[in-house]
Ligand binder design. Structure first.
Ligand code: SAH
Length: 214
């Protein structure tokens, strides 16, 4: 199968056609080999317009949602980014193309190891990955210019706000388990402003500072 061609179609029909026109973002989606981040048996669907299971009851988001979240972060190439919910590592790879350094935390060790291998094989050297509870952030490397949470939480985990730089941006699916609102959080003068982007459905964020899960 001609995966490069499928990527081109994905970018044109699912991402650019829906209004994302930042060329750096589109180039990252043209480049990253999404089929290398999902289970072999689902590879033929790698560039399709829907989420896919990645094992352990978790999912990789639909390409457009990954693109929308990435675009909303407004990356220039200089940022240090914290990602919570490594999952397959696909979003991590996209971030690594567009930011300076990416720190990513995954709760499930099996997924974390699989993602680490895929990211190593793809040749990234600006990613640091660990297994643990991402609702606690990654204090050793804080503060971060950008934080992206790719699992749903009923609240904004406090440690993540604390680890976000002044004028930083955090994006997360905010809401209860059935559906959520993709929300942009900006920090100015130590206060946060939130902006709702669109409805979405993510697997739950399970951890100490995600309140519904306790
Ligand atoms: N960005 C991923 C999507 C992963 S789905 C991708 O591109 O594939 C969300 C992931 O968040 C799941 O793998 C789940 O295990 C993880 N997760 C849930 N709660 C978490 C927590 N507290 N800390 C870190 N990861 C968590």
């Amino acid at each position: 199968m001609d995966y490069a061609q499928l990527r081109k179609i994905m970018v044109e029909e699912q991402i650019a056609a829906r209004g994302i026109n930042n060329q750096r973002v589109l180039d990252a989606f043209l480049k990253v080999e999404r089929h290398k981040f999902i289970p072999k048996e689902l590879e033929v669907n790698a560039y399709a317009d829907f989420p896919l299971p990645i094992g352990e009851g978790q999912t990789i988001s639909q390409p457009y949602i990954v693109a929308l979240m990435t675009d909303t972060l407004g990356l220039t190439g200089e940022e240090r980014v914290l990602e919570i919910g490594t999952g397959s590592g696909y979003q991590t790879a996209i971030l690594a193309e567009l930011a300076k350094e990416v720190y990513t935390v995954e709760r499930l060790i099996d997924l974390s190891e699989r993602a680490e291998n895929a990211l190593k094989e793809a040749g990234y050297t600006n990613i640091r990955i660990k297994s643990g509870d991402g609702t606690q952030g990654w204090p050793e490397f804080a503060p971060f210019d950008r934080i992206i949470v790719t699992a749903a939480s009923p609240n904004i985990p406090k440690p993540l706000v604390a680890q976000l730089k002044e004028n930083g941006r955090l994006i997360l699916p905010l809401g209860e388990s059935i559906s959520q609102i993709l929300t942009l959080v900006e920090k100015h003068n130590a206060k946060i402003n939130t902006k709702q982007i669109c409805g979405c459905v993510f697997v739950p964020l399970i951890g100490k500072y995600s309140t519904e899960a306790n």
